[in-house]
Ligand binder design. Structure first.
Ligand code: SF4
Length: 527
């Protein structure tokens, strides 16, 4: 389809343009699989799609998390502009799609943004026509520069109509960034101030999503440090809920939300069904070491219990840092969790990741804890990328087992039964199912979320779980012939060299030209 003349719009002298927006993704299984039930779902593409004028642009979106790697030659050759976003470790996937699209349509304009581009601005400039370090609104400037202002939407509203992977839940954003500064978080690395949206803009987002049963706020921190704005948002939620726009809602909040009991009552009375908060660990000294101080001001088990007793299901993730904690210590923590039916089980478990540009990354770099030959792609939370306190082979065995909760499954089952007995009168069937599902997912993680995992098992592919030795994914082999000029786009971007020093390509990437972010006091937090 490449090389086709732009479509002319009847009655307009301007040609219509084609745009493809892709959420790029490497799956942690390292296999080309789909995860259509992964939650929360990607919303970047539908917000970016909102930057294009509807009457002049035909926009399509593709989500590699739910649909698997994009290898459709016709689709890759279709757009006049390819817009790419994704998590930091998915930078190479952006390069793959750029190579495909340029092979199929040499005139395509490639625009890339998101945390990877912000972390590696100079490296990104070498590959993309536009490497955007700013917010999603920067895309309007790119469109204006490339095609003229007429092609940019006057007002950016998310294109829920293009988000084929988001079926039942409206995803909206009421704030941006975070007022805390955890040392491992990419938001801390980017150093942007917490922002609240104008309430009318939020109203328009919710209305644009249409009437759906559930509403999810995808904010990094729905609570934030502006109490008045928080109460006004709850007021808007109550108004739109009463009008039948949605029935229940969910959000991501920081631990300080729970220190004021009235917040739980406000949330529950306005239809809140689920809250996600980054617990990361129940170990206070580790939390302090990563500047997650907001999680140390009140006992976390009590916090989760209160949330559940208020009728709101509590979800959280757990971060296992084997570079500063022993396996025995981490195992004790997992036993504490599975032995406490008053709390939910974690929704996911990740290894600590020195995300590029974060204070934690610079700390690991200075301490030389990163393993040799670590690829950016390895920073997915399931590959060991740092030296471990215990011998590495024991760490590998532990990680291999923890992915499936090996050795803890009977505790998980007992936990789930006791959890159900404790909360069956306080949580609705869906909330109880979420509590159960977390246990099931932990017990059978890959199988529960993958449609092709059995094929992977049949092939008997074994992983090393160590960045130095872990081979690159299948997706590093081009799915179809690409122009020889783009062969290098399939070489993994390295973080460290064979001696464990920062790789040359990262030295020139712009990463070290930034002032390493300092961990200061919490910015304006009230808790
Ligand atoms: S609380 Fe910490 S981890 Fe969570 S968004 Fe804020 S800075 Fe990031």
């Amino acid at each position: 389809m490449s090389g086709l003349a732009p479509i002319q719009i009847p009655g307009s002298s301007l040609p219509r343009r084609r745009v493809l927006v892709v959420n790029c993704y490497f799956d942690y299984s390292r296999e080309p699989i789909r995860r259509p039930t992964k939650f929360p779902q990607a919303v970047g593409p539908i917000f970016l799609a909102g930057a294009f004028a509807r009457e002049l642009c035909e926009v399509r979106c593709y989500d590699e998390v739910s649909s698997g790697p994009l290898t459709d030659e016709a689709l890759l050759g279709w757009p006049d502009m390819l817009v790419l976003t994704g998590l930091t470790h998915c930078f190479d996937r952006m390069l793959h799609l750029t190579a495909y699209a340029r092979t199929r349509n040499p005139k395509v304009i490639v625009v890339a943004g998101g945390p990877a581009v912000r972390a590696l601005p100079l490296l990104a400039k070498k590959f993309f026509d536009y490497a955007c370090p700013g917010d999603i609104e920067e895309l309007r400037e790119v469109i204006t520069d490339a095609w003229g202002e007429a092609y940019a939407a006057a007002q950016m509203l998310p294109r829920f109509d293009l988000g084929y992977w988001i079926r039942f839940i409206s995803h909206v954003e009421s704030t941006r960034y975070c007022n805390f500064h955890c040392s491992f978080c990419s938001l801390t690395g980017e150093g942007r101030a917490y922002q609240t949206y104008d309430l009318e803009h939020l109203r328009r987002q919710i209305l644009a999503a249409g009437k759906r049963r559930k509403l999810l706020f995808v904010d990094n921190n729905f609570y934030g440090n502006d109490r008045e704005h928080f109460r006004r948002r709850i007021g808007l939620i109550q108004e739109l809920r009463a009008a039948g726009q949605f029935r229940n809602w969910a959000a991501l909040v920081t631990n300080d939300f729970f220190t004021r009991p009235e917040n739980l009552a406000l949330a529950r009375d306005s239809g809140c069904e689920l809250l996600f908060s980054g617990v990361e660990s129940f170990d206070s000294s580790w939390l302090r070491s990563v500047n997650k101080l907001q999680n140390t001001s009140a006992p976390q088990i009590e916090m989760i219990r209160r949330c559940l007793n208020a009728g709101i299901v509590f979800c959280y993730g757990l971060m296992l840092d084997l570079s500063t904690r022993t396996i025995a210590d981490v195992r004790r923590e997992l036993e504490l969790i599975t032995g406490t039916p008053e709390i939910t089980l974690p929704a996911f478990i990740t290894l600590s990741i020195p995300i590029l540009g974060t204070p934690y990354f610079y700390e690991c770099l200075n301490n030389r804890t990163m393993l040799p030959n670590t690829k950016l792609r390895d920073m997915d939370g399931i590959t060991i990328v740092q030296q471990t306190l215990d011998p590495i082979d024991q760490a590998v065995e532990f990680v291999r087992g923890v992915e499936h909760f090996r050795g803890l499954r009977s505790r998980v089952i007992k936990h789930s039964v006791r959890f159900w007995k404790l909360y069956r009168s306080k949580l609705n069937p869906l909330q109880l199912a979420i509590g159960f599902e977390q246990g099931l997912l932990l017990s059978a993680h890959t199988l529960m979320t993958s449609t092709t995992a059995f094929g992977w098992m049949k092939k008997g592919r074994t992983r090393t779980y160590v960045s130095t030795t872990e081979p690159a994914d299948q997706t590093y082999t081009p799915a179809f012939r690409v122009d020889s000029r783009f062969q290098q786009y399939f070489q993994p971007t390295m973080v460290t060299d064979r001696n464990g020093n920062l790789a040359n390509e990262l030295i020139d990437s712009g990463l070290l030209k930034r002032e390493p972010p300092r961990i200061g006091q919490r910015a304006g937090a009230s808790a």
